[in-house]
Design a protein around this ligand. Sequence first.
Ligand SMILES: NC(=O)c1ccc[n+]([C@@H]2O[C@H](COP(=O)([O-])OP(=O)(O)OC[C@H]3O[C@@H](n4cnc5c(N)ncnc54)[C@H](OP(=O)(O)O)[C@@H]3O)[C@@H](O)[C@H]2O)c1
Length: 237
Amino acid sequence: MNLNNKIAVLTGASSGLGSAIASALVKENTKVYGIGRNENSLHNLQKDLGPLFYPVVLDITNQEKLKDWVSSTFSAENIPDILINNAGSGGFGNIDELPESEWLTMINTNLNGMYFITSNLIPLLKKNPTTTHIINIGSILGNTGRAGGSAYCTTKYGVRGFSEALFKELRADYIKVTCVNPGSIDTGFFKSSGINSHENMLQPSNLANTIIHVLETPDNMLINELTVRPLDPRKPA
Ligand SMILES: NC(=O)c1ccc[n+]([C@@H]2O[C@H](COP(=O)([O-])OP(=O)(O)OC[C@H]3O[C@@H](n4cnc5c(N)ncnc54)[C@H](OP(=O)(O)O)[C@@H]3O)[C@@H](O)[C@H]2O)c1
C-alpha cells in the first residue's frame, strides 16, 4: 500500500506505541483518526502532528458510542484504508488475587473493544475498491503463558486467534490482517504492575517503523503474523 493520502483509524493513540504509530503514519501523509480516552494527551499530540491527526475521544469498550462515531464519520465516500487495533490494558496478579474488575477491564478492552471497532468498520472496508489492512497489536504473551498473567495472556492469545481467523475470512475481500506480537516495549504500560520500562526494551518509534513497512508491502503480499523482541531485554547496568 502506498500510504500517501490514505485514511487510518488507530486505537490507543494517546500514548506509547500508538502515539509513535500516529507520528509515523502522519510522516507518510496518512490521515489518522487517533482514538483514546485521554483528551489532553490526544490534543497535545494533535499540536505536534498537525492537521492530518484527528483526535477522537472515545472509550472503545462503549459499543453504542463507537457505533455512532463510525456511522457519523465514515460513509461510502469516506472509507478508511487502515485499522490498527493498538489500545490495550494490562495487569498482573495471581488468579485468586487479581481483582475481578481488572480481569473484566482487560477482556473488555483487549477483546471486546477490538471486536466492536473491527466489526463496525469491516462493512466499510469491504466497500473500499483498493486493498485495505487491519493490524492487531498482540504480544509475545499471546504465544506463551506467564505466571500471574492469566488475564492478559487470555486476551493476547485471543488477539492471535481473532487475527488468524479474520485473515482467512477477509483475504477474499482484499483486506489484509496482520497480528504483531511485540516483546517488552519502552512505554508506561506495565507501570501499574510495578514493571518499569527501560531503554533496552523495544523503542516505540522502531516498532512503528516496522508497522509502516508491513503496511507498505505489495498488495498481493501479506505478513500475517510478526513477532518482534528486544535482542537483549535486560535493564542496562
Ligand atoms: N508495553 C509493552 O511492553 C507491551 C508489550 C507487548 C504488547 N503491548 C501492547 O501494545 C499496545 C500499546 O501499549 P503501550 O505499550 O503503548 O501502552 P500505553 O502507552 O499504556 O498505551 C495504551 C493505549 O491504550 C489506550 N486505551 C486503553 N483503554 C482504552 C479504552 N477503553 N478505549 C480507548 N483507548 C484505550 C490508552 O489510551 P487512554 O488511556 O487515553 O484511553 C493508551 O493510548 C497494547 O495493546 C499492549 O497490550 C505492550
